[in-house]
Design a protein around this ligand. Structure first.
Ligand code: GLV
Length: 314
């Protein structure tokens, strides 16, 4: 049974080497191939651990039994139009990753809520200018997507006294969190959310969800945080909403093109803060066991864990 490691970034860089090492540490007998250098014959490959594999590669492996995403998202796999529909896809579901992601969200909300940028600028100019600020209970936060990361984020912000609601495809029951669901309730959800945090999976239904209509539905001066995927945001609509004052700020970790091109207007926009898709990175130390478990399950013909429903895309 052969596992191939396939990444759109250098698989032999520091992070890629850490994955290879952990896999070998925990399964010393593993037949681990690294694409493209040590792939060998296509028919040798039984399982793949991937990030954004090249289009057509998975379809070219006749004995492939499972594809495992290196992250929680799987859009980077299904965007391959030739993906072989019969091969199951599993994703990482790991507390370490969930906690890193919700930490980015909580940090970003608190930084804006407590005027972090203003005080950083004041310090740079030796200005002493304390301002009144709102209590967290007065701030209405809306979390789009109440999967594992969204739920953790919503509950942590609720514990910090924010007025938190969530929106998801189907109704969710989380203590202290008002739940909105489905297309019909999206407008009401946005209308009560001063801050919107996007943590949705990227699917054909959620692509472009943060568009002019969504921004207009939010209270004037709203704030958008995106830690999901760049394709959730219509870039031009975001810039227009910030320009008109409909939105007052956006913090983005993900972009349609990554790395964010040097000439992209987001880099220099005074009301946009950018982080380089590092809100959460899968930790090989904590996630390697579930990868190997699914690899062994595929070998033994056992049911796989964290299998994605291809129709839903998550
Ligand atoms: C990161 O973007 C992930 O999908 O885990």
């Amino acid at each position: 049974m052969t596992l191939m490691f396939v990444t759109s970034w250098n698989p032999n860089g520091e992070y890629g080497r850490a994955w290879q090492q952990r896999l070998r540490d925990r399964d010393p007998g593993i037949d681990l191939r690294v694409y493209p250098d040590t792939m060998g014959a296509p028919e040798d490959i039984d399982a793949c651990l991937v990030w954004a594999p090249p289009g057509g590669l998975m379809a070219s492996l006749p004995n492939l039994k499972v594809v495992m995403s290196l992250g929680m998202g799987v859009d980077h796999i299904f965007r391959d139009a030739q993906y072989p529909a019969e091969v199951p896809v599993c994703r990482v579901v790991d507390d370490d990753l969930i906690e890193r992601m919700s930490e980015w969200c909580v940090h970003s909300v608190l930084h804006y809520h407590r005027d972090g940028d203003k005080y950083d600028a004041d310090q740079a100019n030796c200005v002493w200018n304390p301002m009144p600020h709102m209590h967290a209970t007065e701030r209405r936060v809306g979390v789009m997507g109440l999967g594992a990361i969204g739920a953790d984020t919503a509950l942590k912000l609720r514990a910090l006294n924010f007025d938190v609601a969530g929106w998801s495809r189907s109704p969710k029951d989380l203590p202290g969190i008002e739940s909105f669901h489905g297309d019909d309730q999206m407008g009401a959800f946005l209308g009560r959310s001063d801050y919107v945090i996007c943590l949705l999976p990227l699917t054909p239904e959620t692509e472009d969800v943060l568009n002019a209509r969504a921004f207009d539905a939010m209270p004037k001066g709203g704030v958008v945080f995106n830690a999901a995927r760049g394709a959730h945001v219509v870039d031009g609509d975001l810039i227009a909403a910030l320009g008109s004052g409909q939105l007052s700020y956006a913090k983005l970790d993900v972009f349609r093109e990554e790395p964010l091109p040097e000439d992209h207007p987001f880099w220099r926009h005074p009301k946009i803060r950018v982080t380089p898709h590092n809100a959460g990175i899968t930790n090989p130390d904590t996630a390697v066991e579930q990868i190997l478990d699914n690899y062994h399950r595929a070998r033994d013909g056992q049911p796989l864990n964290n299998v994605v429903d291809p129709a839903r895309g998550y």
